[in-house]
Design a protein around this ligand. Structure first.
Ligand code: 5CA
Length: 443
Protein backbone atom coordinates (compact mmCIF):
# COMPACT_ATOMS: atom_id res chain seq x y z
CA UNK A 1 0.00 0.00 0.00
CA UNK A 2 1.23 3.48 -0.89
CA UNK A 3 0.83 6.12 1.79
CA UNK A 4 -0.10 8.65 -0.92
CA UNK A 5 -3.23 6.57 -1.63
CA UNK A 6 -3.96 5.30 1.87
CA UNK A 7 -6.65 6.93 4.00
CA UNK A 8 -4.61 7.66 7.12
CA UNK A 9 -5.83 10.84 8.81
CA UNK A 10 -3.19 11.14 11.56
CA UNK A 11 -3.59 13.94 14.11
CA UNK A 12 -0.68 16.12 15.20
CA UNK A 13 -2.27 17.23 18.45
CA UNK A 14 -3.39 15.07 21.30
CA UNK A 15 -7.19 15.01 21.39
CA UNK A 16 -8.37 16.54 24.65
CA UNK A 17 -11.22 14.08 25.20
CA UNK A 18 -8.96 11.02 25.37
CA UNK A 19 -8.03 10.09 28.94
CA UNK A 20 -5.99 6.94 28.39
CA UNK A 21 -3.05 6.27 26.14
CA UNK A 22 -4.71 3.69 23.87
CA UNK A 23 -7.60 6.05 23.11
CA UNK A 24 -5.19 8.92 22.40
CA UNK A 25 -3.01 6.81 20.13
CA UNK A 26 -5.94 5.28 18.23
CA UNK A 27 -7.28 8.74 17.46
CA UNK A 28 -3.87 10.18 16.62
CA UNK A 29 -2.94 7.24 14.38
CA UNK A 30 -6.18 7.60 12.42
CA UNK A 31 -7.52 4.19 13.47
CA UNK A 32 -10.98 5.23 14.68
CA UNK A 33 -13.34 8.19 14.65
CA UNK A 34 -16.18 8.70 17.09
CA UNK A 35 -19.62 8.79 15.53
CA UNK A 36 -21.59 9.35 18.76
CA UNK A 37 -20.88 8.53 22.41
CA UNK A 38 -19.39 5.04 22.60
CA UNK A 39 -19.95 4.39 18.87
CA UNK A 40 -17.01 4.44 16.48
CA UNK A 41 -16.11 4.05 12.84
CA UNK A 42 -13.08 1.90 12.15
CA UNK A 43 -10.83 3.60 9.62
CA UNK A 44 -8.58 1.49 7.36
CA UNK A 45 -5.58 1.24 9.72
CA UNK A 46 -7.74 0.29 12.72
CA UNK A 47 -9.88 -2.04 10.65
CA UNK A 48 -6.83 -4.01 9.50
CA UNK A 49 -5.85 -4.63 13.15
CA UNK A 50 -9.41 -5.57 14.10
CA UNK A 51 -9.51 -8.15 11.27
CA UNK A 52 -6.16 -9.65 12.33
CA UNK A 53 -7.32 -10.07 15.91
CA UNK A 54 -10.57 -11.58 14.69
CA UNK A 55 -8.66 -14.10 12.57
CA UNK A 56 -6.46 -15.26 15.48
CA UNK A 57 -9.55 -15.61 17.67
CA UNK A 58 -11.22 -17.62 14.87
CA UNK A 59 -8.24 -19.94 14.34
CA UNK A 60 -8.04 -20.79 18.02
CA UNK A 61 -11.79 -21.41 18.21
CA UNK A 62 -11.73 -23.65 15.15
CA UNK A 63 -8.85 -25.64 16.68
CA UNK A 64 -11.16 -26.67 19.54
CA UNK A 65 -13.82 -27.98 17.14
CA UNK A 66 -16.15 -24.99 17.66
CA UNK A 67 -18.06 -23.97 14.53
CA UNK A 68 -18.65 -20.46 13.26
CA UNK A 69 -22.05 -19.14 12.26
CA UNK A 70 -23.54 -15.66 12.15
CA UNK A 71 -26.57 -14.58 14.12
CA UNK A 72 -28.38 -11.26 13.60
CA UNK A 73 -27.76 -8.07 15.55
CA UNK A 74 -31.51 -7.37 15.88
CA UNK A 75 -33.42 -9.86 18.03
CA UNK A 76 -37.12 -10.36 18.87
CA UNK A 77 -38.05 -9.37 22.44
CA UNK A 78 -40.27 -12.45 22.77
CA UNK A 79 -37.27 -14.75 23.08
CA UNK A 80 -36.04 -12.68 26.03
CA UNK A 81 -39.48 -12.85 27.61
CA UNK A 82 -39.18 -16.65 27.46
CA UNK A 83 -35.84 -16.69 29.26
CA UNK A 84 -37.10 -14.11 31.76
CA UNK A 85 -34.34 -11.59 31.02
CA UNK A 86 -36.32 -8.99 29.04
CA UNK A 87 -37.28 -6.89 32.05
CA UNK A 88 -34.21 -7.72 34.15
CA UNK A 89 -31.73 -6.46 31.56
CA UNK A 90 -32.84 -2.88 32.21
CA UNK A 91 -31.64 0.26 30.52
CA UNK A 92 -28.51 -1.29 29.03
CA UNK A 93 -30.69 -2.91 26.39
CA UNK A 94 -31.50 -0.84 23.33
CA UNK A 95 -35.18 -1.55 22.67
CA UNK A 96 -36.64 -1.00 19.24
CA UNK A 97 -40.18 -1.17 17.85
CA UNK A 98 -40.63 -2.17 14.21
CA UNK A 99 -43.35 -0.84 11.85
CA UNK A 100 -45.74 -3.60 12.95
CA UNK A 101 -45.32 -2.54 16.57
CA UNK A 102 -43.31 -5.62 17.39
CA UNK A 103 -40.79 -5.29 20.22
CA UNK A 104 -37.27 -5.87 18.99
CA UNK A 105 -33.86 -5.17 20.50
CA UNK A 106 -30.25 -4.73 19.44
CA UNK A 107 -28.54 -7.80 20.88
CA UNK A 108 -26.26 -7.24 23.90
CA UNK A 109 -25.48 -11.02 23.87
CA UNK A 110 -26.98 -14.10 22.20
CA UNK A 111 -27.92 -16.81 24.71
CA UNK A 112 -31.62 -16.64 23.75
CA UNK A 113 -31.13 -16.66 19.97
CA UNK A 114 -28.72 -19.60 20.03
CA UNK A 115 -30.93 -21.57 22.43
CA UNK A 116 -33.83 -21.01 20.04
CA UNK A 117 -31.76 -22.28 17.08
CA UNK A 118 -30.65 -25.27 19.11
CA UNK A 119 -34.09 -26.32 20.32
CA UNK A 120 -35.43 -26.23 16.77
CA UNK A 121 -32.68 -28.50 15.43
CA UNK A 122 -31.28 -30.92 18.00
CA UNK A 123 -33.26 -33.76 19.54
CA UNK A 124 -30.87 -36.49 20.64
CA UNK A 125 -27.86 -36.82 22.94
CA UNK A 126 -26.13 -38.35 19.89
CA UNK A 127 -25.99 -34.86 18.33
CA UNK A 128 -24.00 -33.54 21.31
CA UNK A 129 -21.65 -31.96 22.17
CA UNK A 130 -21.94 -28.80 20.06
CA UNK A 131 -20.12 -25.52 20.34
CA UNK A 132 -21.19 -22.66 18.08
CA UNK A 133 -19.74 -19.17 17.87
CA UNK A 134 -19.99 -15.95 15.98
CA UNK A 135 -18.09 -12.69 15.79
CA UNK A 136 -20.74 -10.01 15.71
CA UNK A 137 -21.43 -6.43 16.82
CA UNK A 138 -23.22 -6.01 20.13
CA UNK A 139 -24.93 -2.99 21.64
CA UNK A 140 -25.08 -2.18 25.34
CA UNK A 141 -26.32 1.23 26.33
CA UNK A 142 -23.58 1.68 28.93
CA UNK A 143 -24.19 4.48 31.46
CA UNK A 144 -20.63 5.67 31.07
CA UNK A 145 -19.11 4.70 27.72
CA UNK A 146 -15.47 5.71 28.02
CA UNK A 147 -11.86 5.21 27.03
CA UNK A 148 -12.76 4.99 23.35
CA UNK A 149 -13.45 1.47 22.14
CA UNK A 150 -12.46 0.06 25.53
CA UNK A 151 -15.94 0.55 26.96
CA UNK A 152 -18.04 1.25 23.91
CA UNK A 153 -21.78 1.06 23.43
CA UNK A 154 -21.36 -0.72 20.10
CA UNK A 155 -18.53 -3.25 20.22
CA UNK A 156 -17.34 -6.40 18.47
CA UNK A 157 -17.51 -9.63 20.46
CA UNK A 158 -16.72 -13.24 19.76
CA UNK A 159 -19.30 -15.28 21.64
CA UNK A 160 -19.63 -19.06 21.81
CA UNK A 161 -22.30 -21.25 23.26
CA UNK A 162 -21.70 -24.88 24.25
CA UNK A 163 -24.33 -27.60 24.55
CA UNK A 164 -23.72 -30.82 26.46
CA UNK A 165 -25.71 -33.71 27.88
CA UNK A 166 -24.41 -33.59 31.43
CA UNK A 167 -22.29 -31.60 33.87
CA UNK A 168 -19.05 -33.51 33.23
CA UNK A 169 -19.27 -32.99 29.49
CA UNK A 170 -20.15 -29.32 30.05
CA UNK A 171 -17.09 -28.96 32.26
CA UNK A 172 -14.95 -30.36 29.45
CA UNK A 173 -16.44 -27.79 27.05
CA UNK A 174 -15.61 -25.06 29.59
CA UNK A 175 -12.05 -26.36 29.91
CA UNK A 176 -11.59 -26.32 26.13
CA UNK A 177 -12.52 -22.63 26.00
CA UNK A 178 -10.26 -21.90 28.98
CA UNK A 179 -7.28 -23.39 27.10
CA UNK A 180 -8.23 -21.73 23.79
CA UNK A 181 -8.37 -18.36 25.58
CA UNK A 182 -4.90 -18.81 27.07
CA UNK A 183 -3.58 -19.53 23.58
CA UNK A 184 -5.51 -16.72 21.87
CA UNK A 185 -4.31 -13.96 24.21
CA UNK A 186 -0.76 -15.29 24.08
CA UNK A 187 -0.76 -15.11 20.27
CA UNK A 188 -1.94 -11.51 20.58
CA UNK A 189 1.17 -10.73 22.63
CA UNK A 190 -0.77 -10.38 25.89
CA UNK A 191 -0.41 -11.90 29.33
CA UNK A 192 -4.00 -12.59 30.34
CA UNK A 193 -4.64 -14.09 33.76
CA UNK A 194 -7.80 -16.16 34.39
CA UNK A 195 -9.50 -14.87 37.54
CA UNK A 196 -12.49 -16.13 39.48
CA UNK A 197 -15.30 -13.75 38.54
CA UNK A 198 -18.87 -12.73 39.17
CA UNK A 199 -21.45 -13.86 36.59
CA UNK A 200 -23.61 -10.69 36.48
CA UNK A 201 -26.59 -10.66 34.09
CA UNK A 202 -25.45 -13.81 32.25
CA UNK A 203 -25.86 -15.93 35.43
CA UNK A 204 -24.45 -19.31 36.42
CA UNK A 205 -22.19 -20.62 39.13
CA UNK A 206 -18.77 -20.89 37.51
CA UNK A 207 -16.99 -18.13 35.69
CA UNK A 208 -13.52 -16.79 34.88
CA UNK A 209 -12.55 -13.42 33.56
CA UNK A 210 -9.33 -13.17 31.54
CA UNK A 211 -7.56 -10.05 32.71
CA UNK A 212 -4.63 -8.10 31.26
CA UNK A 213 -2.96 -6.16 34.04
CA UNK A 214 -2.91 -2.40 33.34
CA UNK A 215 -3.14 0.70 35.56
CA UNK A 216 -5.76 2.07 33.20
CA UNK A 217 -7.99 -1.02 33.48
CA UNK A 218 -11.51 -0.68 34.83
CA UNK A 219 -11.50 -3.72 37.12
CA UNK A 220 -9.72 -3.99 40.47
CA UNK A 221 -7.92 -7.33 40.58
CA UNK A 222 -5.82 -9.38 42.98
CA UNK A 223 -3.48 -12.21 42.03
CA UNK A 224 -0.28 -14.13 42.65
CA UNK A 225 2.76 -12.88 40.70
CA UNK A 226 3.60 -16.46 39.65
CA UNK A 227 0.96 -16.23 36.93
CA UNK A 228 3.13 -13.81 34.99
CA UNK A 229 5.64 -16.62 34.36
CA UNK A 230 3.23 -19.49 33.65
CA UNK A 231 3.63 -21.24 30.28
CA UNK A 232 0.72 -21.24 27.88
CA UNK A 233 -0.41 -24.62 26.39
CA UNK A 234 1.12 -25.17 22.95
CA UNK A 235 -0.55 -25.54 19.57
CA UNK A 236 -0.32 -29.34 19.74
CA UNK A 237 -2.71 -29.48 22.71
CA UNK A 238 -5.25 -32.25 22.13
CA UNK A 239 -8.63 -30.75 22.95
CA UNK A 240 -10.22 -34.18 23.25
CA UNK A 241 -7.79 -35.21 25.98
CA UNK A 242 -8.33 -34.53 29.68
CA UNK A 243 -7.55 -30.83 30.01
CA UNK A 244 -8.06 -30.66 33.77
CA UNK A 245 -4.30 -30.74 34.61
CA UNK A 246 -3.88 -27.52 32.57
CA UNK A 247 -6.86 -25.90 34.29
CA UNK A 248 -5.63 -27.03 37.72
CA UNK A 249 -2.24 -25.47 37.02
CA UNK A 250 -3.77 -22.21 35.80
CA UNK A 251 -6.06 -21.97 38.83
CA UNK A 252 -3.49 -23.16 41.37
CA UNK A 253 -2.69 -19.66 42.67
CA UNK A 254 -4.93 -16.92 43.99
CA UNK A 255 -6.52 -14.71 41.29
CA UNK A 256 -9.83 -12.91 41.74
CA UNK A 257 -11.66 -9.83 40.54
CA UNK A 258 -12.94 -7.27 43.03
CA UNK A 259 -16.43 -8.83 43.43
CA UNK A 260 -14.93 -12.22 44.30
CA UNK A 261 -11.95 -10.97 46.30
CA UNK A 262 -11.38 -12.43 49.75
CA UNK A 263 -8.72 -10.33 51.50
CA UNK A 264 -8.11 -12.89 54.26
CA UNK A 265 -7.50 -15.71 51.77
CA UNK A 266 -5.30 -13.46 49.59
CA UNK A 267 -3.06 -12.67 52.56
CA UNK A 268 -2.99 -16.25 53.81
CA UNK A 269 -2.24 -17.83 50.42
CA UNK A 270 0.10 -15.33 48.76
CA UNK A 271 3.46 -14.27 50.29
CA UNK A 272 3.55 -10.48 50.64
CA UNK A 273 6.28 -10.01 48.00
CA UNK A 274 4.21 -11.98 45.45
CA UNK A 275 0.92 -10.13 45.94
CA UNK A 276 -0.34 -8.13 42.99
CA UNK A 277 -3.21 -5.78 43.77
CA UNK A 278 -3.79 -3.61 40.74
CA UNK A 279 -6.18 -2.86 37.93
CA UNK A 280 -6.84 -4.84 34.80
CA UNK A 281 -8.65 -4.96 31.47
CA UNK A 282 -11.21 -7.74 31.04
CA UNK A 283 -10.55 -9.14 27.57
CA UNK A 284 -12.56 -12.35 27.92
CA UNK A 285 -15.17 -13.91 30.16
CA UNK A 286 -16.36 -17.52 30.28
CA UNK A 287 -19.48 -18.85 32.00
CA UNK A 288 -20.99 -22.20 32.89
CA UNK A 289 -24.68 -21.80 33.66
CA UNK A 290 -26.13 -25.31 33.28
CA UNK A 291 -29.80 -25.25 32.37
CA UNK A 292 -30.55 -21.57 33.19
CA UNK A 293 -31.66 -20.93 29.60
CA UNK A 294 -32.41 -24.42 28.31
CA UNK A 295 -34.98 -25.13 31.02
CA UNK A 296 -37.23 -22.05 30.64
CA UNK A 297 -36.84 -22.14 26.86
CA UNK A 298 -37.44 -25.87 26.51
CA UNK A 299 -34.13 -26.82 24.88
CA UNK A 300 -34.09 -30.52 25.69
CA UNK A 301 -32.59 -33.69 24.25
CA UNK A 302 -33.46 -37.32 24.60
CA UNK A 303 -30.81 -39.08 26.69
CA UNK A 304 -29.56 -42.66 26.11
CA UNK A 305 -32.11 -43.84 28.68
CA UNK A 306 -34.99 -42.29 26.72
CA UNK A 307 -35.52 -39.54 29.29
CA UNK A 308 -35.73 -35.98 28.02
CA UNK A 309 -33.37 -33.55 29.78
CA UNK A 310 -32.55 -29.83 29.38
CA UNK A 311 -29.10 -29.36 27.84
CA UNK A 312 -26.19 -28.09 29.93
CA UNK A 313 -24.86 -24.84 28.54
CA UNK A 314 -22.02 -22.37 28.84
CA UNK A 315 -21.15 -19.14 27.05
CA UNK A 316 -17.78 -17.65 26.31
CA UNK A 317 -17.00 -14.09 25.26
CA UNK A 318 -13.95 -12.25 23.91
CA UNK A 319 -13.97 -8.48 23.50
CA UNK A 320 -12.49 -8.32 19.99
CA UNK A 321 -12.69 -4.53 19.60
CA UNK A 322 -11.62 -3.95 23.23
CA UNK A 323 -8.52 -6.05 22.51
CA UNK A 324 -7.23 -3.42 20.08
CA UNK A 325 -7.08 -0.97 23.01
CA UNK A 326 -5.74 -3.57 25.43
CA UNK A 327 -2.86 -4.44 23.10
CA UNK A 328 -1.94 -0.75 22.76
CA UNK A 329 -2.12 -0.24 26.55
CA UNK A 330 0.32 -3.15 26.91
CA UNK A 331 2.61 -2.16 24.04
CA UNK A 332 3.53 1.47 23.32
CA UNK A 333 6.15 4.11 24.14
CA UNK A 334 6.31 7.91 24.09
CA UNK A 335 6.48 7.92 20.29
CA UNK A 336 3.44 5.76 19.65
CA UNK A 337 2.11 2.24 19.24
CA UNK A 338 4.35 -0.86 19.07
CA UNK A 339 2.32 -3.60 17.37
CA UNK A 340 3.10 -7.26 18.04
CA UNK A 341 3.86 -8.78 14.61
CA UNK A 342 0.79 -11.03 14.82
CA UNK A 343 -1.68 -8.11 14.63
CA UNK A 344 0.33 -5.32 12.98
CA UNK A 345 -1.68 -3.53 10.25
CA UNK A 346 1.40 -3.79 8.00
CA UNK A 347 4.63 -5.59 8.74
CA UNK A 348 7.03 -3.03 7.28
CA UNK A 349 7.02 0.74 6.80
CA UNK A 350 9.21 1.68 3.86
CA UNK A 351 10.33 5.30 3.83
CA UNK A 352 11.62 7.07 0.77
CA UNK A 353 13.59 10.03 2.15
CA UNK A 354 13.97 11.76 -1.19
CA UNK A 355 11.04 11.30 -3.52
CA UNK A 356 12.11 12.39 -7.02
CA UNK A 357 15.68 11.16 -6.60
CA UNK A 358 16.01 8.49 -9.30
CA UNK A 359 18.17 6.20 -7.20
CA UNK A 360 15.87 6.40 -4.15
CA UNK A 361 12.69 5.94 -6.21
CA UNK A 362 14.10 2.89 -8.01
CA UNK A 363 15.46 1.22 -4.86
CA UNK A 364 12.28 1.78 -2.89
CA UNK A 365 10.17 0.26 -5.67
CA UNK A 366 12.51 -2.72 -5.90
CA UNK A 367 12.26 -3.37 -2.14
CA UNK A 368 8.50 -2.82 -2.21
CA UNK A 369 7.94 -5.34 -4.99
CA UNK A 370 10.34 -7.92 -3.53
CA UNK A 371 8.61 -7.80 -0.16
CA UNK A 372 5.16 -7.93 -1.69
CA UNK A 373 6.11 -10.97 -3.75
CA UNK A 374 7.29 -12.62 -0.53
CA UNK A 375 3.86 -11.98 0.97
CA UNK A 376 5.04 -9.27 3.36
CA UNK A 377 2.60 -6.40 3.92
CA UNK A 378 4.36 -3.09 3.27
CA UNK A 379 3.24 0.50 3.73
CA UNK A 380 5.34 2.68 1.43
CA UNK A 381 5.75 6.29 2.46
CA UNK A 382 6.06 7.88 -0.98
CA UNK A 383 5.01 11.35 0.15
CA UNK A 384 7.42 14.24 -0.28
CA UNK A 385 7.19 15.57 3.26
CA UNK A 386 10.01 16.28 5.70
CA UNK A 387 12.06 13.37 7.03
CA UNK A 388 11.18 14.26 10.64
CA UNK A 389 7.46 14.10 9.95
CA UNK A 390 7.79 10.77 8.15
CA UNK A 391 9.73 9.22 11.03
CA UNK A 392 7.20 10.51 13.56
CA UNK A 393 4.25 9.07 11.64
CA UNK A 394 5.94 5.69 11.20
CA UNK A 395 6.77 5.52 14.91
CA UNK A 396 3.21 6.59 15.80
CA UNK A 397 1.53 3.85 13.75
CA UNK A 398 3.94 1.32 15.22
CA UNK A 399 4.73 -1.15 12.40
CA UNK A 400 7.29 -3.76 13.58
CA UNK A 401 9.96 -2.77 11.00
CA UNK A 402 11.03 0.33 9.13
CA UNK A 403 13.30 0.44 6.10
CA UNK A 404 14.62 3.91 5.41
CA UNK A 405 16.05 4.66 1.98
CA UNK A 406 18.04 7.87 1.47
CA UNK A 407 20.51 9.17 -1.14
CA UNK A 408 23.47 9.21 1.25
CA UNK A 409 23.18 5.55 2.22
CA UNK A 410 22.56 4.43 -1.33
CA UNK A 411 25.90 5.94 -2.39
CA UNK A 412 27.56 3.27 -0.25
CA UNK A 413 24.94 0.65 -1.17
CA UNK A 414 23.09 0.56 2.16
CA UNK A 415 19.65 1.30 3.60
CA UNK A 416 18.70 1.66 7.24
CA UNK A 417 16.58 -0.94 9.03
CA UNK A 418 14.93 0.00 12.31
CA UNK A 419 13.15 -2.37 14.62
CA UNK A 420 10.30 -0.42 16.22
CA UNK A 421 10.22 -2.40 19.50
CA UNK A 422 13.91 -2.07 20.39
CA UNK A 423 14.72 1.08 18.43
CA UNK A 424 17.83 -0.73 17.14
CA UNK A 425 19.02 0.61 13.76
CA UNK A 426 21.26 -1.20 11.33
CA UNK A 427 22.79 -0.17 8.02
CA UNK A 428 22.39 -3.11 5.66
CA UNK A 429 22.63 -3.98 2.00
CA UNK A 430 19.28 -4.13 0.24
CA UNK A 431 19.29 -7.95 0.22
CA UNK A 432 20.15 -8.13 3.92
CA UNK A 433 17.48 -5.55 4.77
CA UNK A 434 14.82 -7.53 2.94
CA UNK A 435 15.94 -10.78 4.57
CA UNK A 436 15.91 -9.19 8.03
CA UNK A 437 12.35 -7.92 7.85
CA UNK A 438 10.95 -10.83 5.81
CA UNK A 439 12.49 -13.48 8.00
CA UNK A 440 10.26 -12.65 10.92
CA UNK A 441 6.84 -12.35 9.36
CA UNK A 442 5.56 -15.26 11.38
CA UNK A 443 4.57 -14.23 14.88
N1 5CA B 1 -22.66 -13.91 26.74
C1 5CA B 1 -21.48 -13.73 27.55
C2 5CA B 1 -20.34 -14.51 27.03
S1 5CA B 1 -20.45 -14.81 25.36
C3 5CA B 1 -21.13 -12.25 27.65
O1 5CA B 1 -21.79 -11.42 27.06
N2 5CA B 1 -20.10 -11.97 28.39
S2 5CA B 1 -19.56 -10.52 28.79
O2 5CA B 1 -20.65 -9.65 29.13
O3 5CA B 1 -18.60 -10.71 29.81
O4 5CA B 1 -18.86 -9.91 27.54
C4 5CA B 1 -17.79 -10.60 26.93
C5 5CA B 1 -16.62 -9.68 26.65
O5 5CA B 1 -17.03 -8.59 25.83
C6 5CA B 1 -16.04 -9.03 27.89
O6 5CA B 1 -15.13 -9.89 28.54
C7 5CA B 1 -15.37 -7.79 27.31
O7 5CA B 1 -14.06 -8.13 26.84
C8 5CA B 1 -16.24 -7.45 26.13
N3 5CA B 1 -17.12 -6.31 26.45
C9 5CA B 1 -18.19 -6.30 27.28
N4 5CA B 1 -18.75 -5.08 27.35
C10 5CA B 1 -18.02 -4.28 26.53
C11 5CA B 1 -18.08 -2.89 26.14
N5 5CA B 1 -19.03 -2.10 26.61
N6 5CA B 1 -17.15 -2.42 25.27
C12 5CA B 1 -16.19 -3.23 24.77
N7 5CA B 1 -16.08 -4.54 25.09
C13 5CA B 1 -16.98 -5.06 25.95
Amino acid sequence: MRMSQFFLPVLKDTPAEAQIVSHRLMLRAGMIRQSSAGIYSWLPLGFRVLKKIEQIVREEQDATGAQELLMPTIQPADLWRESGRYDDYGKEMLRITDRHDRDMLFGPTNEEVITDIFRGSIRSYRQLPRNLYHIQWKFRDEVRPRFGIMRGREFLMKDNYSFDLDKDAARHSYNKMFVAYLRTFDRLGLKAIPMVADTGPIGGDMSHEFIVLADTGESEVYCHADYLDFTVPDAATDYESDLSPIIEHWTSRYAATDEKHDAARFEAEVPSDRRIATRGIEVGHIFYFGSNYSKPMGATVMGADGVEVPVEMGSYGIGVSRLVGAIIEASHDDDGIIWPASVAPFHVGLINLKVGDADCDRTVLEIYETLRRAGVEVLLDDSDGRAGGKFATMDLIGLPWQIIVGPRGLKSGVVEVKERRTGVRQELSIEAAVATVAGVTEA
